[in-house]
Design a protein around this ligand. Structure first.
Ligand code: MIC
Ligand code: SF4
Length: 639
């Protein structure tokens, strides 16, 4: 067996481990962050289970840390109190980015982790099966329910050779993205094996599994080996170590080989993470902003490399350099060993350990800016500046470019980039609040920002409505439910958020949806790629969307639609995309019967007087969920 199969087998609750079949697995650990967490805990409360049943559940505050009104602070207090009551650890704001902290302090090789954030696969860096999901799925897992997923295909990425100096882990995942594309990982787990694995540290492995989310993959995983042991030991957690290696005769569904020694520094150009080219080919373009941090590249090792490059230099006068170390542990260590002083002296603007600019929480660049970021997503507008051109690069490229003022290949640096892995990290978990003992009376504090979330009704027999919007391929959840400093404070207020649903594609969409009493969304392939935010399903639900009809879906978004009771329909023939225009009148007759009887749903285009066959690729359980009007209704009916 390969690593993926081994971990799944150990956690299998139902189903057969055959790629494409629905399986369910037991979840050992969960994580939430604040921008999906409020919803996840409201849903957990609605399920009505008093105490979490996982081995460990942690709630992080890392996204909504810009507090320009009471809203975010209200959400933090709600999460702090609701977690204390129900047995969940609470990582206070300032403690760091969920994925970085979880890797450092809580992740355990061989365990399953379900997180309400699409970059949960970071945990794959220490051999966890770590999967991102919508808040509702995480709420169910906290209550002890199994997590349902399609048994993935497993792709073997055979790493051979060794990285040359100044070529980074970021370049490895950029190479995988270049080869496989942003939809190349859908339905797959990417498993890294081979000689080349040995030369990669845990933080490097975590950079790769983190950004595997951009492939659309279910998750990515590395073996748990002596390098993993050393990392856990340095975190004072050697007892959490188990070796997890693929069997010598392990089989895989697909295979690809990457020669690490052949890679060179690269960047993902605007506006997609798979739009990859070498720094050399892109050339010395003038840079306005450099942002270093995010769950992809904010480890101690990354920051030390950056500090070494910045030491004794000055950030170019036309560049704004911001740095957000990934966790309190990292920031604390940098402050103790003097590296932070080197960064400050060079002119870096130090941000708190949080997501910050990665999710548009401040530091939006200037009009038409070129912004180099060590992050994982460069979708148009995500930085908060629609005209900005965001390039995704390694910390090394970012740091040297900040000094030179132009995109620069770090191989021209005349110094060593080898940073030794510390034998002991600074361990101080004082920003993690323990849950109250079971049975304790904790009052859950709900500020006025916390509004009830929309719940669907059972699927009616007939659906009818207009095609309210028609969008192209690769629409992200950042298009469907934009997130920025102005909107993130309303993550627990779906009525407010829905006013912005799909507005980057069409500012009139919410008003049109309301005027027409809801209807249908038409999309291209890989619809809903990117984040796990279930708001991208809840806002359409609130606006009366009954079905989304597309060429293909991204995994998490499709699951979120089903959880909300919205039909995810895939055009049987992609050519039919051209047979639906905006504002066509559509109908689905006897939809309950059609759904119960098979996987084909006929959509009638009344305006054009044609029938459009669609496929609904869901399990029987998901059918029942759709019939009930979503996961919450289904769970209530079945308990
Ligand atoms: C992101 O990187 O897009 C986010 C913000 O972390 C999201 C979660 C969210 O929308 O709250 C994700 O990746 O799931
Ligand atoms: Fe936070 Fe950015 Fe990572 Fe999402 S991708 S968890 S916003 S740092």
């Amino acid at each position: 067996m390969n690593i993926t199969q081994k971990i799944i087998k150990n956690h299998l609750v139902s189903g057969e481990m055959v790629a494409g079949e629905e399986i369910s697995i037991r979840i050992d650990q969960t994580l939430t962050q604040d921008s999906t967490g409020t919803m996840a805990y409201l849903e957990f409360e609605a399920i009505g289970i008093p105490r979490v049943k996982t081995k460990k559940s942690v709630a992080y505050i890392d996204h909504n840390t810009l507090q320009s009104g009471f809203e975010n602070a209200d959400d933090h207090k709600y999460i702090q109190t609701v977690t204390k009551k129900h047995g969940i650890h609470f990582s206070r704001p300032g403690n760091g980015i969920c994925h970085q902290v979880h890797l450092e302090r809580f992740g355990v090789p061989g365990m399953t982790l379900l997180g309400s954030d699409s970059h949960t696969p970071t945990g794959g860096g220490i051999g966890m099966l770590a999967i991102g999901a919508g808040g509702m799925d995480v709420a169910v897992a906290m209550g002890g329910g199994a997590y349902y997923l399609t048994m993935p295909k497993v792709v073997k990425v055979n790493l051979i050779g060794k990285l040359n100096p100044w070529v980074a882990a970021k370049d490895i995942i950029l190479e995988v993205l270049r080869r496989l594309s942003v939809k190349g990982g859908v339905g797959k787990v990417i498993e890294y094996v081979g000689e080349g694995v040995k030369s990669l540290t845990v933080p490097e492995r975590a950079t790769i599994t983190n950004m595997g989310a951009e492939l659309g993959a279910t998750t990515s995983v590395f073996p748990s080996d002596e390098t993993t042991r050393a990392f856990l030991k340095a975190q004072g957690r050697e007892a959490d170590y188990t070796e997890i290696l693929p069997d010598a005769d392990a089989t895989y569904d697909e295979e690809l080989t990457i020669d690490l020694s052949a890679l060179e520094p690269m960047a993902a150009k605007p506006h997609m993470p798979d739009n990859v080219d070498t720094i050399k080919n892109i050339g010395p373009i003038k840079v306005d902003q450099v942002a270093i941090g995010s769950c992809t590249n904010s480890s101690y090792m990354d920051m030390m490399k950056v500090a070494r490059i910045l030491k004794g230099k000055t950030v170019h006068e036309d560049v704004s350099l911001v740095i957000a170390p990934g966790s309190k542990q990292v920031l604390n260590m940098l402050s103790q060993n003097g590296a932070l002083a080197d960064m400050i002296a060079a002119g870096a603007r130090i941000l708190e350990s949080a997501c910050g600019p990665c999710i548009g929480m401040g530091q939006s660049p200037k009009t038409d800016a070129i912004s180099l970021r060590t992050f994982n997503r460069n979708f148009e507008g995500r930085s908060g500046t629609v005209s900005a051109q965001v390039y995704l690069v390694s910390p090394e490229v970012a740091a040297i470019s900040a000094i030179k003022g132009v995109l620069t290949d770090p191989r021209e640096l005349d110094m060593s980039n080898i940073i030794d892995m510390p034998e002991k990290f600074m361990i101080n978990d004082n920003m993690v609040v323990e849950p109250a003992p079971e049975g304790n009376d904790v009052e859950v504090v709900r500020g006025p920002n916390i509004k009830p979330f929309p719940v669907n009704v059972a699927l009616p027999e007939n659906l009818k409505g207009k095609s309210l919007i028609k969008v192209e391929d690769n629409i992200t959840t950042d298009h469907i439910m934009p997130s920025n400093a102005k909107l993130l404070p309303y993550r627990s207020n779906v009525p407010y958020l829905s006013e912005y649903c799909l507005t980057p594609c069409d500012p009139e969409f919410p008003a049109r949806a309301k005027e027409n009493g809801g209807g249908f969304i038409i999309g291209g392939s890989n619809y809903g790629q990117g984040s796990s935010r279930e708001h991208a399903a809840l806002a359409p639900l609130y606006l009366g969307i009954k079905a989304v009809i597309v060429k293909s879906f991204a995994r998490i978004h499709m699951a979120n639609l089903i959880n909300s009771g919205i039909l995810p329909l895939v055009l049987e023939s992609e050519a039919d995309y051209d047979n639906i225009d905006m504002m066509d009148e559509l109908a689905i007759d006897n939809v309950r019967t059609q759904l119960s009887e098979g996987n084909k749903i006929i959509v009638k285009n009344i305006t054009k007087n044609i029938e459009i066959p669609t496929i609904i690729n869901v399990s029987d359980r998901q059918k029942d969920m759709l019939l009930a009007g979503g996961l919450l209704n289904y769970t209530r009916e079945n308990n």
